[in-house]
Design a protein around this ligand. Sequence first.
Ligand code: C5P
Length: 394
Amino acid sequence: MLAGRRILLIVSGSIAAYKALELTRLLRKEGAQVMAVLTAGGARFVTKEALAAITGERVHDDLWAAEAEIGHIRLARWPDLVAVVPASADLLAKMAQGLTDDLATCVLLATRAKVMVAPAMNPAMWGHAATRANMATLLARGVLVAGPEDGPMAEPESGPGRLMEPERLLGSIRTALAAGPLAGKHLLVTSGPTHEPIDPVRYIANRSSGKQGHAIAAALAALGARVTLVSGPVAQPDPALVTVARVESAREMLAACEAALPADAAICAAAVADWRTARAADQKMKKVPGAVPPPLELALNPDILATLSAAGPKRPGLVVGFAAETEKVVENAVAKRAKKGCDWIVANDVSGDVMGGSENAVHLVTENGVEDWPRMAKEEVARRLAARIAEALA
Ligand code: C5P
């Protein structure tokens, strides 16, 4: 099934680099074409000659030599998939930062192909906050991650950080190159807060960084979906391969959602302001010394989740809402599912540092009951939810 597929293998510095040779053999046995880029670190563990022999191609290991011959841009455009096997902590950090100090990093920044990384490092390095943050960045950008596995290391130590075995890496590459489970589906995601103007300079808003909603959009796109992300004002970068509609107010968000229909599923992760000012002032309201503060008259905003859930023939097949609660999390979520008419509720306790934080502990409330998911990175919550949505829409 890999016949004719083009794989650019980037081999970086890890003792596990020898497994890249076996992976190449398996890929070629399936009919794939493999070209290799060897980093300086990688060359400490496998030779250029071994890689050339096993790929049957010239190995690229020098940015300036590559420029003279084929150029990093042509190399970046060649593959269907860039597979970084093994991916060292250093290369992952450079990828997260967008550094380009050698041929491998230049190709990684220039390519438009899917990128899969197979990390390999000591468990302490894999667990370090810096590597955690780099992985979250890469996941949010749609980079596919294979492994690492848990097991004995080269040094007398054991834990997560072992490079995935070549047979399993082959499976991951097959999956990465197959059309994703959400190919052909259109998914709508809302994210971020809404801003409800009081006057041209002031607004009412909810606290929301947009991290979770944006991560969900990225995870759905990574599974092959066409994603429309309707986002309130946030500082998050646009996820890769996602169409972003930027809005300010709840009414604009609803209009953008309705314009995006039909959709196979809608995931409403935005923190929509329940109320707006009944009449926003056209001019900046002046502070008059001695005068009583102006009263704020509020009007109810449309409920986007409830509206999409009751959209008749245009209703997305699966509608997922979020519930941010500070008490009786599950009880309130079960009630909210019924009240809003949606199919699932992802409930989270926001009494701690969830708002704007990088981790989330959620409960998934469906027609079949309640699942408690452990605390994990928001990107991981997104990946799991996307996989569940793919199952439900299959
Ligand atoms: O009613 P509450 O704000 O607690 O419900 C949260 C869920 O409803 C979230 O999925 C949120 O995106 C959605 N919501 C909405 N429109 C509103 C208020 C909330 O879509 N006006």
